[in-house]
Design a protein around this ligand. Sequence first.
Ligand SMILES: Cc1ncc(COP(=O)(O)O)c(C=O)c1O
Length: 466
Amino acid sequence: MKNEKNEWKWKTIIEPFKIKMVEPLGFTTREEREKVIEQAYYNMFNIKAEKVLIDFLTDSGTGAMSATQWAGIMMGDESYAGARSFFNFETTVKDITGFDEVIPTHQGRASEKILFTALECKGKYVIANSHFDTTRANVEATGAIAMDFPIKEASQFEKQHPFKGNADVEKMEKFIKEKGEKNIVMCVMTVTNNSWGGQPVSMQNLKDVYEMCSKYKIPVFIDAARFAENAYFIKLREKGYDKTPVKEIAQEMFEYADGAMMSAKKDAIVNIGGFLAMNDKKLSAKCRQYLILTEGFSTYGGLAGRDLEAMAIGLREVLDEKYLHYRIRSAEYLGEGLKRHKIPILNPTGGHGVYVDAKKFLPHIKPQNFPAQALCCELYIVGGIRTVEVGTLMFGKRDAKGNFLPAPMELVRLAMPRRVYTQSHIDYIIEVFGEIAKKKDKIKGLEVVEMSDMLSHFTAKLKIKG
Ligand SMILES: Cc1ncc(COP(=O)(O)O)c(C=O)c1O
């Protein structure tokens, strides 16, 4: 319900759904959690989900499907080739993105692996507003170099800016001129920008990047994991879009790209799935060869027919503006609550959650002792809340002697699963932060016991700094 200014009238966030099926939460005692986290080597990924009360580790694949999606699951066509579910999925992706070649994959990183392998990037560069960590890892696994060009406001956490996910077009162009356009294989625009706070990219920026890259014949692909949240931010914040339906905004976003890759585990509100979409017939043919080699035939791509059906429905449901209002407002509400406890957060709050600035909150912990990871552990111990570190542990770069190089940010990401938690769960999180804030000086840093070379934060073993 909106008032005469077209603003939402009520303070209470109305979840635009009612709950038909419930799952119990993992209640534990503080004593139990202290043991659990020690046994998990202070790594959130090692904690059994049943020992977690509120799981804000990720918004990826953790959403609740609708009754319509579950009905779609029952209607899934499991034919190996040419399944009806594939064509339903293909029609939906074509309708939203406008791209003709649609390739299903089992998740985002499978799309990345296939795309960058097909592009033959070795020794060249992939440029982006910011690569997500799996995107960077897949670019680098091909022997290419991933370069990020976020705007300077992205790292000014206190500053308000409507589109902190934007790319710095001038810097990008300078880099292209320096390295030579032949050495730049692709430009990736991640919407929203997960690594820097789930911040949106404006339509103008998508247009500017596309026009600039087109001049040098560099293809632009949108990493569309959170395309609907990005489109809704454009509606809220960019001049001229307030009356445009979100679906039309999303369609326009894809006009400023040559293709897209998507982890459907986010804005298609499914538990597994992804895709690649493009117009380039030669590139898509090559991608399909790798798809068949690694994922499966081109009309199922590592998924069951029922998954394709659920993805098609989710891609349409996510564009419902009542849902998007609830989602974006929930993140804002969490941010407002944290600010009341003087918790420094990244401003404004993002599309899929809230990012806490642990460097500022815990200045007594050095980056080498992972302040954001220490805060993640405290949130689990005090409140059974699981979150994730985006900082020195995640980026994991080390010098020749093996010492950690501080990451540009030390953030705790509170990522909200879609349609899973209610306003009272958020109130509880705010309360837990209030408790933590009172004794924050007592929180200790961590040290590494064991760590791998690639995407190491998933498996790292840590202990409390002695
Ligand atoms: C922006 C972005 N791109 C790609 C991925 C990778 O997707 P997936 O986890 O489905 O492999 C993610 C996952 O979180 C993401 O946030």
